[in-house]
Design a protein around this ligand. Structure first.
Ligand SMILES: [Zn+2]
Ligand SMILES: [Zn+2]
Length: 337
């Protein structure tokens, strides 16, 4: 007779096999839906860019105050934590466990970064890991559909171009656990409310802290639009530059790289070669001289009793993965999926 745990495991394996057999990797939306999505994706890209131009104009006209900088930095840290600690390490990889309220806060904070709902983000990211830098990767700088990409075209595609592809990662295959999670599904359904909240909070604070109408406008631009633009660029740079330039201390089957210069703006996300070598790790800084504010935040949650089951690779695993000898060749060979 099977033990209870064995019954559960065999069911999961059978279910997994069924999903792999029956659910496609990607789907192509109907033309009207595709058009609507492209308008939303376009607005999500262009409106924050307008925020950059407005911030430059406002600074030129009246300078930037401490309130402007404070709202920008405060909202940036909240939304990057939402993306890197929430969407990425927690929801995409299960790198640690935490309470329901902390999960909800991280999910909402990530939505404020205007990079799509949790299911969309995590599904694309998991497909990226499944096919990193090979055919099937949604945003590799080396390959798109069946064609190899040159340097500039590859950087453009991996940074931002892929968002407008007509193929969509199938959430039924890559995000089933998130779709089944009632709380995350509810947060996803109200995605645009959280985006608006991420604009309203700095605008209201700007008004209250300066008691002027211009304070509201400055708060909206600095803590809202400019912040979204720069946080988006940080995440997108991990997809583009961190698969093109940087150091590769660990063996991985892709061209992921670590970039220290991006560590602070991505709160540790740019230690991307380390991440590809150990996708489930909650801590990307595996050497004393590396900086990983995302891991500091997870450790702070642990200290408060709010995080547990924090995954970190063992010393033996780290040693085994250290790269020896020559740089690995680019793995761009088309690989049908
Ligand atoms: Zn990657
Ligand atoms: Zn990842």
């Amino acid at each position: 007779m099977l033990l209870e745990s064995e019954v559960d495991r065999s069911y999961t394996v059978a279910e997994e096999a069924k999903v792999k057999r029956e659910i496609p990797h990607t789907i192509i939306p109907r033309p009207t839906q595709l058009k609507q999505e492209r308008i939303i994706f376009g607005a999500s890209t262009i409106v924050p860019f307008l925020g950059l131009i407005l911030a430059i104009a406002l600074t030129w006209y009246s300078g930037a105050s401490m309130v402007d900088w404070g709202l920008f930095l405060g909202m940036a840290i909240i939304s990057i934590l939402g993306i890197e600690v929430g969407f990425h390490r927690l929801f995409s990889h299960g790198a640690f466990q935490t309470t329901e309220p902390v999960r909800a806060i991280l999910a909402i904070a990530g939505c404020m970064a205007l990079q799509g709902p949790v299911t969309y983000w995590a599904s694309n990211h998991r497909r990226h890991h499944a096919y990193s830098d090979r055919l099937g990767d949604p945003h590799s700088p080396y390959v798109k559909n069946n064609e190899s990409l040159g340097l500039l075209a590859g950087l453009w595609h991996s940074h931002i171009g892929w968002i407008f592809d007509s193929e969509r990662t199938c959430p039924g295959r890559y995000g089933r656990d998130i779709l089944k999670d009632a709380m995350l599904a509810k947060i996803d359904r109200h995605y645009f409310i959280w985006v608006l909240l991420g604009l309203a909070i700095p605008a209201i604070l700007g008004g209250l802290l300066t008691w002027t109408w211009m304070g509201i406008f400055h708060g909206l631009v600095w803590g809202g639009l400019l912040r979204i633009f720069l946080v988006q660029q940080g995440t997108y740079a991990i997809n583009s530059f961190c698969h093109a330039i940087g150091t590769r201390p660990f063996q991985s089957r892709d061209n992921s790289c670590n970039n220290l210069w991006l560590t602070l703006p991505t709160l540790g996300g740019s230690l991307h070669n380390t991440h590809h070598a150990f996708p489930n790790t909650a801590v990307n800084a595996l050497f004393w001289w590396q900086i990983d504010p995302g891991a500091w935040f997870i450790r702070a949650l642990e200290f408060l009793g709010l995080a547990w089951d924090i995954k970190v690779p063992s010393a033996e695993a780290i040693l085994l993965r250290r790269r020896k000898g020559a740089i690995a060749a680019k793995n761009t060979a088309p690989n049908k999926f």
